[in-house]
Design a protein around this ligand. Structure first.
Ligand SMILES: NC(=O)c1ccc[n+]([C@@H]2O[C@H](COP(=O)([O-])OP(=O)(O)OC[C@H]3O[C@@H](n4cnc5c(N)ncnc54)[C@H](O)[C@@H]3O)[C@@H](O)[C@H]2O)c1
Length: 280
């Protein structure tokens, strides 16, 4: 759908690895609504992924930056301001990685070295980006910053491991910096808590396909897709949401307000009937 919601707006999109990435869809939809973009990802992701294809489609520049490096973030923002000709309007933080999840190390046996990396990449990177943007006064008044989160910040989901803790920290940073950035520069900061989505990062979670199926059965509107998440991001970048800030906004088809659904009961009943278990 093409439109003018983001006409004359400029923004940086972190985290488009390939077509499945949520950030990929956000970049496409923002561009279709008139935005000018800078795309960024880590050196390995730029080498191995397909971000350059997205850059070609959207006519964007790609700047490589490791989100755990203060120097890279500073260079990225400074270079982006040169490309944009000054301040810009929005940022998407779509970055997540846990070495514990990757190496299948369970939460109760965590490697703290890995855990610190999880927090650094998936949460502290958000603070780093905001702090740098604030220092450079990079974001225009009434600008908007969005980071992607997951309901594991509030509720325990088996297999989500230390990413649940990272998301809780990410959402807290959105509130803490949201106060300061709103007060001083009228910039809004929010997190979107998205349904489980089949992407490279998502697929790394233990039992992810079952999680998607469970969440689909539990959500009255069904799971939200990456494209639908991108629509919500565009709305938050636009001038239609200027007084929304410091919020964690659920975009999950209603999942986070459910206890038990008929579809889940039916599935549970089916497995129970077919089960050859003693406690039936
Ligand atoms: N897929 C899901 O089910 C789901 C649900 C809710 C929230 N999210 C969140 O959405 C965001 C995007 O994930 P996705 O599902 O699109 O998967 P994805 O794998 O496409 O995106 C994750 C991105 O993080 C980037 N990244 C990792 N380490 C980095 C570093 N050091 N510096 C810069 N970038 C780095 C990767 O290169 C990749 O582009 C993540 O924050 C994720 O936790 C995903």
């Amino acid at each position: 759908m093409e439109g003018t919601l983001l006409k004359e707006k400029k923004g940086i999109i972190f985290g488009a690895l390939n077509e499945k990435s949520i950030a990929w869809q956000v970049a496409l939809k923002s561009w279709q609504q008139g935005a000018q973009l800078v795309l960024t990802n880590s050196p390995v992701a730029v080498r191995m992924g397909s971000i350059n294809e997205l850059a070609e489609i959207t006519g964007s520049k790609v700047i490589t930056a490791d989100a755990t490096s203060m120097e890279d973030i500073d260079t990225l923002l400074t270079e982006s301001m040169k490309i944009f000709g000054g301040q810009f309007d929005f940022i998407l933080h779509s970055i997540g990685m846990s070495p514990n999840v990757r190496k299948d190390i369970p939460y109760e046996q965590t490697s703290y070295e890995n855990m610190l990396k999880t927090f650094d990449i998936s949460a502290l990177s958000f603070h780093r980006i905001l702090q740098t943007a604030y220092k450079l006064d990079a974001i225009r008044e009434w600008g908007s910053v969005v980071a992607l989160s997951y309901v594991a910040a509030q509720r325990t989901l088996s297999g989500y491991n230390d990413m649940g803790d990272a998301k809780a920290l990410l959402e807290s940073i959105a509130r803490s910096f949201g106060y300061i950035y709103g007060r001083d520069r009228k910039v809004r900061i929010n997190t979107i808590s998205q349904s489980p989505t089949l992407t490279t990062a998502g697929s790394g979670i233990h039992g992810f396909e079952s999680l998607i199926d469970f969440s689909e059965r539990m959500s009255p509107l069904g799971n939200a897709t990456a494209e639908e998440c991108a629509d919500y991001c565009v709305a938050l970048f636009s001038d239609l949401t200027r007084k929304v800030t410091m919020q964690n906004l659920y975009h999950d088809g209603g999942f986070s307000s459910m206890g038990m659904s008929l579809k889940a009961i039916e599935q549970y009943r089916k497995s129970f009937d077919e089960c050859d278990c003693d406690d039936k």
